[in-house]
Design a protein. Structure first.
Length: 216
């Protein structure tokens, strides 16, 4: 690491990071196909330890069979497991989805709550899933921290935390609130395409000149 690369996460550099990423990934958005908060919640639960591409192949049949929380609450466990089997951990996901649907149907009258605290209390729903729903289904400012966001935020010197919860709080302090939702998408796109876990493509990275941890 050279002296010129020892850059602190100051406002101007953060704005430059966001500017360059927005220019590079003009279509950055949630990769999970959905048309309602219900569909996004279910798809996000299924995306754990699974690619969005695989989830998008499963959900059309799933949503046709179970179009809302009420229907999913009454789902046959074996039938649901077969539909989502290819997403991995299908037994646990199936159990959580049915339990979650029963709670939303019975307690919230099929309307998802709009707070991270209430959402994260639903079976199978953690802060990441809650923030995905808040930001992408409801347009509420929320910071999603997945493996890409965690890795890149530390490489860029924007966070030092060891857990997603701590990193989320650190990023919320330095990223303008208006950019919280898109910032997560931008890091996810960049992490998949360039700043990969094992072999980041630093020589072709648009952030190379302002990255404090080139090649790490």
């Amino acid at each position: 690491m050279t002296a010129k690369n020892k850059i602190k996460p100051d406002g101007p550099r953060i704005r430059e990071v966001i500017k360059r990423l927005k220019a590079q990934y003009t279509e950055a958005k949630c990769s999970l196909d959905h048309s309602s908060p219900y569909q996004l919640l279910v798809a996000t639960v299924l995306s754990a330890q699974c690619t969005d591409e695989r989830v998008n192949k499963v959900t059309p049949h799933l949503f046709k069979r179970y179009p809302d929380f009420g229907a999913l609450a009454e789902a046959d466990q074996n039938d649901l497991e077969e539909i989502i089997r290819s997403t991995g951990f299908f037994r646990n996901k199936s159990k959580n989805l049915v339990a979650c649907a029963k709670t939303v149907h019975g307690v919230y009258a099929d309307i998802l709550p709009k707070s991270v605290e209430e959402l994260s209390q639903l079976p199978g729903v953690g802060r990441k899933t809650a923030n995905v729903v808040l930001g992408n289904a409801f347009g509420i400012a929320a910071m999603v921290v997945d493996t890409h966001v965690s890795r890149l935020s530390q490489r860029l010197g924007l966070a030092k935390g060891k857990t997603p919860e701590v990193i989320e709080l650190e990023l919320m302090r330095v990223i303008p609130k208006v950019d919280w939702v898109v910032f997560s998408h931008l890091l996810i796109y960049h992490g998949r395409a360039v700043c990969k876990a094992r072999k980041p493509l630093c020589d072709s990275c648009h952030l190379e000149s302002i990255c404090p941890r080139k090649g790490v």
